[in-house]
Write a protein that binds this ligand. Structure first.
Ligand code: GTP
Length: 264
């Protein structure tokens, strides 16, 4: 299944994993866990940090936006606030992203995965020109998948679940890349309820109808729309803290990479 209909020179490896998630979803902790998992299992990984404003990272990084753009100086120079500073820093980095692609291409034979961490404010990556440019640069060179990190305990609330799924849906349609719903923190709450809601929209509607602040017709329409969306993605339960679900995660990445090779 690795031949696909892409150009014959298109490589199957490394697979680029773009990790995105709402603030507090546990993206940083999960990145750390994924990096540890690759080290412990002789998986050849490469790590890229695209968050210009992060202070410290608990894991080692191979390519770091902070080495190229100094976020605090960008803020001063262009007289920007924090979000404008992050966005402008990412724009500046995006103009030189061909260099990042070249570095990965040179190492391609020695790499299985490239883990990409994105800014803590998700929309800075998902709704910016530079985010689109960077995503496109990856996806036109390597099989690329998106891991959307979900805070599972918080998503046990139907309206939070719905918001989270709509956001994931918008990312799927914007990037058109395989998307893995990565239900994090399953050490606190198992993601079984989410799988049930995704499989059976009536089960979700029943849960949502107990929430009286919710407009039931809107909920019903949206859950019908999302039903189609769910068919297009993979879900996996993980815990960045306990380490559960790492094999399942990488299995979903492999299946998504196969899907990518067949589609693009
Ligand atoms: P940034 O957006 O980069 O700041 O990351 P984040 O806010 O998405 O997540 P971070 O890794 O900082 O985690 C947020 C909180 O969730 C922290 O208190 C973590 O300890 C906690 N957390 C992350 N993953 C898990 C998990 O799998 N289980 C539990 N119980 N807690 C977790």
């Amino acid at each position: 299944s690795s031949s696909g209909n892409g150009s014959p020179s298109f490589r199957r490896k490394p697979v680029i994993i773009i990790v995105v998630g709402m603030a507090g979803s546990g993206k940083t902790t999960l990145m750390h866990r994924l990096v540890c998992h690759t080290h412990l299992n002789n998986i050849r990984g490469y790590v890229i940090n695209l968050d210009p404003a992060v202070m410290t990272l608990p894991y080692g990084v191979n390519i770091d936006v902070r080495d190229t753009v100094k976020y605090k100086e960008v803020m001063k120079q262009f007289n920007l606030g924090p979000n404008g500073g992050i966005l402008t820093s990412l724009n500046l980095f995006a103009t030189r992203f061909d260099e990042v692609i070249s570095v990965i291409e040179r190492r391609a034979d020695q790499l299985d995965y490239v883990l990409v961490d994105t800014p803590g404010q998700i929309e800075i990556f998902t709704w910016s020109a530079s985010g689109a440019i960077i995503t496109e640069a990856f996806a036109s060179t390597f099989p690329t998948v998106v891991a959307y990190v979900v805070d599972t305990p918080r998503s046990a609330d139907p309206s939070t679940f719905m918001s989270n799924m709509l956001y994931a849906c918008s990312i799927l349609y914007k990037t058109r890349l395989p998307l893995i719903l990565t239900f994090n923190k399953v050490d606190v709450v198992a993601h079984q309820f989410a799988l049930e809601w995704m499989e059976d929209f009536e089960a979700f509607q029943a849960a949502a109808s107990s929430d009286h602040s919710y407009t039931s017709t809107l909920t019903q329409s949206l859950s019908l729309v999302l039903d189609e969306f769910y068919n297009n993605l993979k879900s996996v339960g993980v815990s960045a803290v306990s380490g559960v679900g790492m094999e399942a995660f990488f299995k979903a990445v492999e299946a998504s990479a196969d899907e990518y090779m067949e589609t693009y």
